[in-house]
Design a protein around this ligand. Structure first.
Ligand SMILES: Cc1cc2nc3c(=O)[nH]c(=O)nc-3n(C[C@H](O)[C@H](O)[C@H](O)COP(=O)(O)O)c2cc1C
Length: 175
């Protein structure tokens, strides 16, 4: 039997049934401090795509696996779900401009950047704290997101201080 993906209206109804208010839930989730990363990949025509995320997490050491999740309403949702390779760049302190640049939907996110080519041509940003080059291992349904599990083939850890996101804003030194 094929499994039906619930529609957005059905999801909303389910949320109402569980009594979880979407906005309060989102605010509560923002109480979990995270780093911020930019995920990059190539679309079918070889164009560079990138997105700001904070859903990154480690999964497994052997094999080396990481995950992140992409929202259905991302302009590049189909690209990320279909991509065989991608790179996760954990941002360093001082890279606030990249958070904004890659969180703007659509647009020319790579203008003025001198990217290197990673595995299978995936664009690698010049600056980051840590970069993981991955192939897509699994994709799981996750409500209005898809959970993308990547197998890490190569990584570079520059040991820089991380950028930290909490309560919907980037923490500053004097916080
Ligand atoms: C700090 C931060 C974390 C984010 N985390 C995610 C995430 O984990 N997954 C996601 O799909 N979008 C996330 N977003 C939202 C996307 O960056 C944003 O929707 C972006 O416009 C999508 O770009 P696109 O529509 O061009 O693909 C985050 C945004 C910010 C500022």
């Amino acid at each position: 039997m094929t499994q039906k993906t619930p529609s957005r209206t059905e999801d909303k109804k389910a949320a109402q049934q569980t009594g979880v208010d979407r906005d309060r839930f989102r605010r509560a989730l923002s109480g979990f401090a995270t780093g911020v990363a930019v995920v990059t990949a190539l679309d079918e025509r070889g164009g560079k795509v990138g997105i700001t995320i904070n859903s990154f997490n480690s999964v497994s050491l052997e094999p080396p696996l990481v995950l992140w999740s992409v929202a259905e309403d991302s302009v590049n949702y189909d690209v990320f779900v279909g991509a065989e390779h991608f790179a996760v760049h954990i941002l360093a302190r001082g890279q606030e401009d990249l958070v904004e640049r890659f969180a703007r939907s659509g647009g020319k996110k790579f203008d003025g950047f001198d990217c290197r080519e990673g595995i299978h041509g995936v664009p690698l940003l010049p600056d980051f704290a840590v970069c993981f080059e991955c192939s897509t291992d699994h994709i799981y349904p996750g409500g209005d997101h898809k959970i993308i599990v990547g197998r890490v083939h190569r990584f570079e850890d520059r040991g820089a201080d991380p950028l930290i996101y909490h309560r919907s804003r980037i923490l500053r030194d004097d916080d």
